[in-house]
Design a protein around this ligand. Structure first.
Ligand SMILES: NC(=O)c1ccc[n+]([C@@H]2O[C@H](COP(=O)([O-])OP(=O)(O)OC[C@H]3O[C@@H](n4cnc5c(N)ncnc54)[C@H](O)[C@@H]3O)[C@@H](O)[C@H]2O)c1
Length: 275
């Protein structure tokens, strides 16, 4: 984690001031992150951008193309389609990026190579997925199989292209139903707004094409449940996380926001805990 910060202060820019991005804006603005300041913000929707007026640190309103020199780290919280141009622009301008729309890496794996070429850094928070530390550690030569099973309320899956394509109607569902089984690469294509963590998990472990994913729609689910099962020479691992939805955006969990803030604290802080 090497960011050049001559004065020790991490200057943060935020692009995407929606459910996650604006909460992170507020946390940095309040001074919750020791050693970090909010320097610039951007959103393509004027009404979202206007919320910068609620921030007491008075960040500059700048498109990413004009953030170079102003910030050390860009916090991306847009969507899987928009992220490619944003991440690419930032890396080429010498800016590290914390990426929330991690699903975009399955659609644009060249961004991973771009980070290597530009010698910048990409940070991918765990989100609501407990157990990434174990996957990272076991993947040092000892991991054979990883399966992620995600159970969501049908409302959280509404609008997913896979449901339209396969003509799956979840209305009136009266119990849990498996609606997808396949690779993480195919899961993110079918559910681009819902399963970013399958791609984060893939990048921590066996890659998009060897990480398996099952998606279950459950009208009785009050929380989203993520279960990881992994096996290999290291032994075996099972984690289960039940996360409450964000009241502002049922497709996102509250833990997504807190995990993002915890990652920023880790980058800005002097002591870094966890694999
Ligand atoms: N990694 C994880 O654990 C995790 C968890 C939940 C959500 N996510 C992802 O995080 C991202 C943000 O989620 P959210 O709930 O805040 O979404 P949101 O829809 O509430 O907010 C997204 C914001 O990005 C803005 N935007 C879109 N395209 C833009 C562009 N090209 N330039 C500038 N602004 C742009 C929109 O106007 C909107 O304000 C999504 O991709 C979501 O899938 C990741």
């Amino acid at each position: 984690m090497k960011i050049e910060r001559p004065d020790g202060i991490l200057r943060i820019g935020i692009v995407g001031m929606g459910a996650i991005g604006f909460k992170v804006c507020l946390a940095v603005d309040r001074g919750d992150l020791e050693g970090a300041v909010l320097k610039a913000v951007w959103d393509m929707r004027p009404e979202a951008l206007a919320r910068h007026e609620e921030l007491s640190s008075r960040p500059r309103v700048l498109p990413v193309s004009q953030m170079a020199g102003e910030i050390d780290l860009l916090f991306e919280a847009t969507n899987a389609e928009a992220m490619a141009d944003i991440v690419s622009e930032a890396l080429q301008r010498g800016i590290d990026v914390l990426v929330m729309s991690t699903g975009g890496f399955a659609l644009h794996p060249e961004l991973l190579e771009l980070a290597r070429q530009t010698r910048r850094h990409l940070y991918l928070p765990s989100g609501a997925l407990s157990g990434l530390d174990g996957i990272l550690a076991s993947n040092v030569g000892n991991l054979d199989r990883v399966i992620l099973t995600t159970t969501k309320h049908p409302r959280s899956l509404a609008g997913a292209p896979y449901l339209t394509e396969k003509k799956i109607n979840l209305e009136g569902l009266d119990g849990p139903k498996e609606i997808f089984r396949g690779t993480a690469a195919n899961a993110i294509r079918g559910f681009p707004a819902n399963v970013n963590i399958s791609i984060t998990l893939s990048l921590a472990g066996l890659g998009f094409h060897r990480t398996e994913m099952v998606i279950v729609a459950d009208p009785g689910a009050r929380r989203t449940v993520h279960e990881i099962k992994a096996e290999g020479a290291f032994g075996s691992l099972y984690t289960r996380t039940e996360s409450s939805p964000d009241p502002e955006n049922p497709r996102t969990s509250l833990m997504a926001v807190s995990s993002a803030i915890a990652t920023l604290k880790k980058i800005a802080g002097a002591v870094k805990v966890g694999t």
